[in-house]
Every structure is written in structure tokens, then in C-alpha cells.
Design a protein around this ligand. Structure first.
Ligand SMILES: [Cu+2]
Length: 627
């Protein structure tokens, strides 16, 4: 091993040879075990190395990467972006030594794993854990009491944006309830050449900075001057080609992001092999910092067998939306000797991650065009859809306090931004279609019994009023069978939360003793995010009583999807199937919608509870104390 470690996955036949990762930690890195598989020759398209066993050595080091033609420094683990796949066994006690060879503090959180608070890896929240200082190590150790597909990532600063994430696979003790012949991990992520703190600063200054077409003429002229004419026009052409919407779908977009599948760019493409007739299990993990992906494999049906690592009744679909941090295990059965594209569009259609499933890497395959950029509907703004009288109504012409707009409170809303939100063009036939399904659900949902969600009225706390809040959803609905913005009525069978049915009986069938309402709040134009109008820095911890069964109602008072992650305990998603409640670690709350889940507070100590969009986390975060 020399001073520079050429990572095996970048040897061989990369078509462009632009991508490489090398260690720059130099001698410092050599003093430590950087991972047992560094010397193995691997196909560059096959994604990160896999480490097996119950003892893992993971080393953070600043590492050169090149995803765009420009060299950048990543916060890589064992010199790899994504970090190695960790393959462990249910029933083992694992130890994971994490060495920090970087100049800043770091940490690892084992996302979705049920373990003691001391091992959860969130600095200054997990009991006794203050992060791992430069040059120091921390050894995690915990029994593995579950199986399935999970992932791990840094919980320090914005390190996750610069490469600190990897997959965890836990092989089960008992045979699985389905069969497969082959197993691929599909890690989706978003890479930017920009420093994440610079991205955040830009968002703070101009929340739609990366949403190109929302920018004013003055801002565009400034950009033109900054970039020069050619680069500016190239960016514009890309943008126009992608039909980027001027709506608030994603804060950070393909304007700065390169979307990766197993660390491979769309130009190069990850390659997963199969033999015709095999059942192939794909373990799909959304490890992005900020990007929701809509994944499909044209020509193949996907049978979903697990959500967030938990077995579900198999359900066969064409497409799956993965919120940041969600995972789905699917089985596909390619019947022909042909190649298939694994296509994961960003939710705002500003780009995609791509890979190929193929019996032969030489086979060519088409990449489908991206769908049109989505348009926010009344429903996405939490408006009352029980009457269709709003059809074709242009919100921008409405007086702020019009009695015709009971569903949305615009006080404090920046109308210059509103005027861009012309709803007249949105296709109500889709909304109407979803309405029918909504009303079906509405009868069962919201009756207050375990599994059915809350029947309490929506109340906005006093803390939800003020310049830090620019929207309150007045009629948020359970929309469990709504595939979500950009996926409605697209002619494909899209997985919804209503499709998720636990393969096993609900582990804790108790009725909830109490409910906690959490409104997801913010002011988009000021890029301020909060819970119940209170940002993390000003918030008291939430207290759960040890052993209690409680219900959490998440009400999304913003126009964005937020993936909400509770550490340490399961989120038992109420879908109207009380006997078979699916368990998740991360739950998407759609814009203007509500969702609720039950929690068994069976994990003592302190836990993080937050939106998993990286740049929302500083505000949209709570500490939970179970005692
Ligand atoms: Cu969020």
C-alpha cells in the first residue's frame, strides 16, 4: 500500500475514466487499518466494497473524489464514497471502531437500528456521546436484534453531504419469507462540488437559489456576470431541457447536484448483473442529503417485500418514491436476456441517478426521458378538497383574507413568491382521481382508534404565528393512498403508504394513551424550518413515558415533503389496518397533509427526532427523552 490508495472500484474499465477516489490522509491513514478489502480488484461499476462479520474498522479520512470532472475532497469512510457495505448477522453483538483522521469532529449514526442510546451516535443527544474528535476513535458495540436493509451516516455538521454514508445489511436468523437468487444494494445519493456550508448559506440568503426559474431578472443578470455568457447559457439550456418548475419542490436541485447510484454518476452508470430467470433482490436505500427519488425499472415489475428493513405483505408496483433515508427491498424477475435501466428521477425532475441490470455489461439500454416537473396543487397546500369548487381557480388573484380560501392562511406570506404560484394550470382530473381514493380512506381513517389515526381537530399553536411561518395547512388530510406530487395519474402503479401491510401482527396492539401533535413548519423564503413554529435551539425536549404507547400526529404546514425520522424506536404507521401496522424508521409527510403513527416508548434515554433533509435539520429537530 503506497501513500496514495487507488481504490479498487475505480480500476478497470470505466468508460470515461474521469472518476477516481484516492486517499489523501497519507501516512496518517497507513497507521490504521483502512479496511480489509482495499487490495481486491473490483469492477468499477459494482459499487462499494462489502465488509462482513461482527468487527468492523471504519476510518474517516479526507479523500479526493471526482464526480464531475473537478477534483473535490470528500469525508469518505475507508476511502470510499459511498462507505463500505456492512454485512452483519442478526443475533451477533457487533463492534465497530470508528477512527477519525479528519480535522473536524465526526460521528456515525446507525440508521434504523434499534440499540441503546449510548450507541446511537448523535453528538450531544445520544447519552454520553459527544462526537469523535480529530485523531481519536470511538468503539460502538451493540447486539443486533433485527434483520434487513439499513444504512449509516455521519450525524455531524453537513458531512453526510460530502460522502459519509453507506449501507448496512443484516442477514436474518430465521429463513426469509420470500426467495431470491441474487442480491444487489442500490444506494442513491446526491453529490455537490460545492461546500455544503456554502449551499446552506446560499439557501439562507435566497431560498430558491437552486430553483433556477424562480429567480428574478436582476438575479439572472448577476448570475450571467458571475458565470460568463457560455456557462450561463449552458445552465439555462440544461434547465429548460429539464423543464424545471418554478415551484418549491426541492430546495437543492440538479443545478448543483450529480445524482449517484452506488457512487456512480449517470454518465457511467452502476451495473448489476443477473442471469435470466433469476429472482433478484434489490435493497434500495435513499442516502441522499436532500433528494427524494422516484425509482422504476422500465420493463420490470417490482415486488416490494420490505420497507425500512421490515417485512411487508408483498405488493407489486411499477414505481416507488423514496424519501430521504427510506429503504425498500424489492424483488424483480427479469425473464429475458436484455438489459434494464434502474432509473431514479429526483422528485423535481432536475436530474436522475441511473444504473443497469443486465446479464451482459456490453448490452446497450435506453434511459427513459424524465417526467415533467411537478406542479403543486391545492391539495399539496393543505386545502380542503372536499368540494371541487377550486378547480381552475387562480390563487394569485385572491385577496389574502378571502373567505373563499378557508383552507390556507397566507398571513405573513411573501406575495411576490405567491404570484408565481398560478394554480390555474394544474390538472384537476388527477386530483379528482385521487379524491375518490381519499374519500374511501377518509371513512376509516381518523376515528381515533389504534391504527386509524387521530380524531382530534387540527389546532395551530400560538407559536405557529409570526414572520417565521409562511403557511398553515387548515384542512390537512390523511393521504395515505396518494402517491404524491409528480406521481399522480402517471399511468404507472406507484407504491403508496396505504399499500404497506406488515407481514406480521402488530407487535403492540394497545390503544394510545395520549397524542402529541407536531406541526412541520417554516418560512420557505427565509429558509427557516421548525416544529410547531419553534426551532430546535429554542425548543424543550419531548418527554415520552417509558413503556407508554403514544400517538404522534405529524401535520405538514409547508409546501414540501418532509421525511421525519425518530431514532431508537419504531414509527408504527397508521394506515387503517390495525392488526398489521407497518413499522418504519422514516416517514414522509406530504405537503399540506397529515400522517400519524404509534410509538412504543420502550427505549430509555435521549434520542434525536428530526426531518432528514439535511438543510432542514438545524431547525426541524427535537430531542426526545424517554424516562
Ligand atoms: Cu424537512
Amino acid at each position: 500500500m503506497g501513500n496514495k490508495i487507488l481504490l479498487p472500484r475505480h480500476r478497470g474499465f470505466s468508460p470515461s475514466r474521469r472518476r477516481f477516489v484516492t486517499g489523501v490522509a497519507g501516512g496518517a491513514l497507513l497507521g490504521l487499518t483502512a479496511g480489509p478489502s482495499l487490495g481486491t480488484t473490483r469492477n468499477p461499476h459494482q459499487g462499494p466494497q462489502i465488509l462482513h462479520g461482527s468487527h468492523f474498522e471504519l476510518t474517516y479520512s479526507p479523500t479526493r473524489v471526482n464526480f464531475t470532472g473537478k477534483e473535490r475532497i470528500a469525508t469518505a469512510i475507508n476511502g470510499s464514497v459511498p462507505a463500505p457495505v456492512l454485512r452483519m448477522r442478526e443475533g451477533d453483538t457487533v463492534t465497530l471502531r470508528v477512527n477519525n483522521m479528519m480535522a473536524e469532529d465526526t460521528s456515525i449514526h446507525w440508521h434504523g437500528l434499534i440499540l441503546p442510546s449510548t450507541q446511537d451516535g448523535v453528538p450531544h443527544i445520544s447519552d454520553g456521546f459527544k462526537g469523535i474528535r480529530p485523531g481519536e476513535s470511538f468503539t460502538y458495540s451493540f447486539p443486533v436484534i433485527q434483520n434487513g436493509t439499513y444504512w449509516y451516516h455521519s450525524h455531524s455538521g453537513f458531512q453526510e453531504q460530502t460522502g459519509s454514508y453507506g449501507a448496512i445489511i443484516i442477514d436474518p436468523k430465521a429463513p426469509e419469507p420470500f426467495a431470491y437468487d441474487r442480491d444487489h444494494v442500490v444506494v442513491l445519493s446526491d453529490w455537490s462540488d460545492e461546500d455544503p456550508y456554502r449551499i446552506y448559506a446560499k439557501l439562507k440568503k435566497l431560498s430558491h437559489y437552486y430553483n433556477f426559474r424562480e429567480r428574478t431578472l436582476g438575479e439572472q443578470i448577476a448570475e450571467l456576470k458571475e458565470k460568463g455568457f457560455d456557462d450561463y447559457m449552458a445552465a439555462r439550456a440544461m434547465w429548460n431541457e429539464m423543464r424545471m418548475s418554478d415551484r418549491d419542490i426541492s430546495d437543492v436541485t440538479g443545478y448543483t447536484y450529480t445524482f449517484l447510484m452506488n457512487g456512480v454518476t449517470p454518465d457511467d452508470g452502476w451495473v448489476g448483473m443477473f442471469k435470466r430467470g433469476e429472482r433478484v433482490r434489490l435493497r434500495i436505500i435513499n442516502a441522499a442529503a436532500m433528494t427524494f427519488f422516484d425509482l422504476r425499472i422500465p420493463g420490470l415489475k417490482m415486488t416490494v417485500v420490505a420497507a425500512d428493513g421490515q417485512y411487508v405483505e408483498p405488493v407489486t408496483v411499477d414505481e416507488i418514491r423514496l424519501g430521504v433515508a427510506e429503504t425498500y427491498d424489492v424483488i424483480v424477475e427479469p425473464k429475458d436476456d436484455r438489459a434494464y435501466t434502474v432509473f431514479a428521477q429526483a422528485i423535481d425532475r432536475s436530474g436522475y441517478a441511473r444504473g443497469t441490470l443486465t446479464p451482459d455489461p456490453r448490452l446497450a439500454v435506453d434511459v427513459p426521458p424524465m417526467d415533467p416537473a411537478p406542479v403543486l396543487s391545492h391539495m399539496d397546500m393543505g386545502m380542503d378538497m372536499s368540494g371541487m369548487g377550486h378547480a381552475g381557480h387562480d390563487m394569485s388573484t385572491m385577496p389574502d383574507n378571502s373567505p373563499n380560501t378557508p383552507a390556507i392562511d397566507h398571513s405573513g406570506h411573501d406575495m411576490s413568491q405567491m404570484s408565481g404560484m398560478d394554480h390555474s394550470g394544474h390538472d384537476m382530473s388527477h386530483a379528482g382521481h385521487d379524491m375518490g381514493r381519499d374519500s374511501m380512506t377518509a371513512g376509516a381513517m381518523g376515528n381515533g382508534r389504534a391504527g386509524y389515526g387521530s380524531k382530534a381537530p387540527i389546532v395551530h399553536a400560538r407559536t405557529e404565528y409570526g414572520p417565521h411561518i409562511d403557511m398553515r395547512a387548515e384542512a390537512p388530510q390523511y393521504r395515505l393512498d396518494d402517491p404524491g406530487i409528480g406521481l399522480r395519474g402517471n399511468g404507472r402503479r406507484v407504491l403508496t403508504y396505504a399499500d404497506l401491510v406488515n407481514l406480521h401482527a402488530t407487535p403492540d396492539p394497545r390503544e394510545p394513551e395520549r397524542e402529541i401533535d407536531l406541526h412541520l413548519t417554516g418560512n420557505m423564503s427565509r429558509y427557516m424550518w421548525s416544529v410547531n413554529g419553534v426551532k430546535f435551539a429554542d425548543a424543550e425536549p419531548l418527554h415520552f413515558r417509558y413503556g407508554e404507547r403514544l400517538r404522534i400526529n405529524l401535520i405538514n404546514d409547508t409546501m414540501m415533503n418532509h421525511p421525519i425520522h425518530l431514532h431508537g424506536m419504531w414509527s408504527d404507521l397508521e394506515t387503517g389496518e390495525p392488526g398489521r401496522i407497518p413499522r418504519k424508521h422514516t416517514v414522509i409527510v406530504q405537503p399540506g397533509a397529515m400522517i400519524s403513527y404509534l410509538v412504543t416508548a420502550d427505549a430509555l434515554g435521549s434520542w434525536a427526532y428530526h426531518c432528514h433533509l439535511l438543510y432542514h435539520m438545524p431547525g426541524m429537530f427535537r430531542k426526545v427523552v424517554v424516562s
